[in-house]
Design a protein around this ligand. Structure first.
Ligand SMILES: N[C@@H](CCC(=O)N[C@@H](CS)C(=O)NCC(=O)O)C(=O)O
Length: 213
């Protein structure tokens, strides 16, 4: 039995939900509300599961795993249907690098706890915090849009869904939420729309989750 501890608006959990859906895996979703009650990720029982106090955490039987990119890799290794990475080693490395541009460079600087820290104790306003958010989105998306000229098509890497798309789609959701002007990124936006037309992506989207709002 697979259990995913996540939160509807968590982009890292969103990556994993897409993978589970693509692979047709049944899972139980457990909500860890990141805002309510001071953030349930800080509760003792959740810390026992994931001392990093972040979502997602995947439990597969007696095995517990954090870090969404490690979870994607684990799911791909153990449940190989609908692979997220190709056999070709060069192509695989390129896809991983693209996904990590998002997961390692863009996501961490705009994480909830970073935004909260900017406000208190550092004293930045809501407007300054949102400008920070959009700044790092722009830096990341500028590079990704350029990269997509080389290999983007229907999806990030030609016409095959890959781990790159699973990383990109949640990041675009966040960008739209934070009102980044997406007109500068026609390739990214087209891929986002192509992905959301697929049931596995749509069902994984934040508003479709039981704990939404
Ligand atoms: N690198 C981690 C990032 C996990 C992460 O930062 N999750 C966010 C939600 S997307 C979170 O739990 N934030 C809670 C907080 O900042 O307190 C992963 O990919 O799983």
């Amino acid at each position: 039995m697979l259990t995913l501890y996540g939160y509807w608006r968590s982009s890292a959990a969103y990556r994993v939900r897409i993978a589970l859906n693509l692979k047709g895996l049944d899972y139980q979703a457990k909500s860890v509300h990141l805002i309510k009650e001071g953030g349930q990720q800080h509760f003792e029982d959740y810390q026992a599961l994931n001392p990093a106090q972040l979502v997602p955490t995947l439990v597969d039987g007696d095995f517990t795993l954090n870090q969404s990119m490690a979870i994607l890799q684990y799911l791909d290794d153990v449940y190989p249907q609908h692979p997220l990475l190709p056999e070709d080693k060069i192509e695989k490395a390129k896809i991983l690098a693209f996904a990590l541009d998002i997961a390692c460079e863009m996501h961490p600087v705009n994480n909830l706890r970073v935004l909260q820290h900017l406000k208190s104790p550092l004293g930045h306003s809501q407007e300054e915090t949102e400008n920070w958010y959009r700044h790092w989105l722009k830096v990341g998306f500028d590079a990704l849009e350029t990269r997509l000229a080389a290999h983007g098509s229907k999806y990030c890497f030609a016409d095959h869904i890959s781990m790159a798309d699973l990383a990109l789609v949640p990041q675009v959701y966040n960008a739209i939420r934070y009102q980044l002007d997406m007109k500068a990124y026609p390739k990214i936006l087209a891929i986002y729309e192509n992905c959301l037309a697929i049931d596995a992506f749509f069902k994984a989207s934040p508003e479709q989750q039981e704990d939404a709002h």
